[in-house]
Design a protein around this ligand. Structure first.
Ligand code: ATP
Ligand code: MG
Length: 258
């Protein structure tokens, strides 16, 4: 372990870091096909904070989310949820930790096609054998506006409707950390605004940590901090982002690229 790597004891003293990656490297493939999707990224995701992750297509955003959530493993470096380093867990303990503490909205939704909307939403709770908080579930279903579709299956829904189910599923168990990969990418601005409001509530009212990938400066404006990735590296960070400032930042970056 190098001097720069965090130790469990250090993180235990900093309980407000809900998730963290330290010196994270992720390499896909070998030799000529090697892709360095994450190139020494260190970032904290604080509790009770909403973080937007931005950057061009292929910059490593989804990879960062997957590795931070323990859905994929790093090639080097470490990923932490609270004071737990994910690399120290066996498969069973990692599955349990994910089930109990993490909600994930996949870029491709990943709904279970044979389950109804309601069953998809309560799936994480059912797997954990936990009783749902009915009032919270009702308010989720209300916000996503699919109360009349609860007994439909994902194949019978539009892309935007499936995305809303995926957001409700990630929030159903009120996990400590919610990773959402472009959760508003398929939504109109009104529905998108409602989903963003829901994520904001999880942060403000429940003290949860929300990490959201987005290409949309307006969506990033809901966050407390915005991180910018390029070529697998963290290239900038903005506190209290507004849509205008994020847009300016993106334009400046595009000018530099061209
Ligand atoms: N399973 C994989 N095998 C090989 N390369 C991969 C794999 N997954 C991702 N990559 C590569 O890693 C890099 C980062 O991919 P990633 O999906 O993290 O990008 P992203 O920022 O989420 O992009 P987008 O905005 O298009 O979703 C890309 O060059 C991609 O081609
Ligand atoms: Mg992606």
């Amino acid at each position: 372990m190098s001097a720069t790597e965090p130790r469990a004891t250090t993180l235990d003293l900093v309980p407000d870091v809900a998730a963290r990656v330290a010196d994270a490297v992720k390499v896909y493939g070998v030799g000529a096909t090697e892709v360095r999707a994450l190139d020494h990224v260190t970032v904290d995701f604080p509790a009770a904070r909403f973080t937007a992750v931005m950057g061009p297509s292929g910059s490593g955003k989804s990879t960062l989310m997957h590795c931070a959530a323990g859905l994929d493993t790093l090639s080097a470096g470490s990923a932490w949820i609270g004071g737990t380093e994910l690399g120290t867990l066996n498969d069973r303990r990692l599955t349990l930790l994910r089930r109990e503490r993490i909600g994930f909205v996949f870029q491709a939704f990943n709904l279970v096609p044979t389950l109804t909307v309601r069953e998809n939403i309560t799936l994480p709770l059912d797997l954990a054998g936990a009783a749902p908080d009915q009032a919270w579930l009702d308010s989720l279903i209300d916000v996503i506006g699919l109360g009349d579709r609860l007994h439909h299956r994902p194949g019978e829904l539009s892309g935007g409707q499936q995305q809303r189910v995926a957001v409700a599923r990630a929030l159903a168990g009120r996990p400590q950390v919610v990773f959402a990969d472009e959760p508003t990418g398929n939504l109109d601005s009104r529905t998108g605004g409602e989903v963003l409001g829901l994520l904001r509530r999880a942060v403000d009212e429940m003290g949860r940590c929300v990490v959201m990938v987005t290409h949309d400066p307006t969506a990033a404006g809901y966050a407390d901090q915005a991180l910018f990735l390029a070529d697998g590296r963290l290239v900038d960070r903005m506190d209290a982002p507004t849509a205008d400032r994020v847009l300016d930042r993106m334009k400046a970056f595009e000018r530099r690229q061209s």
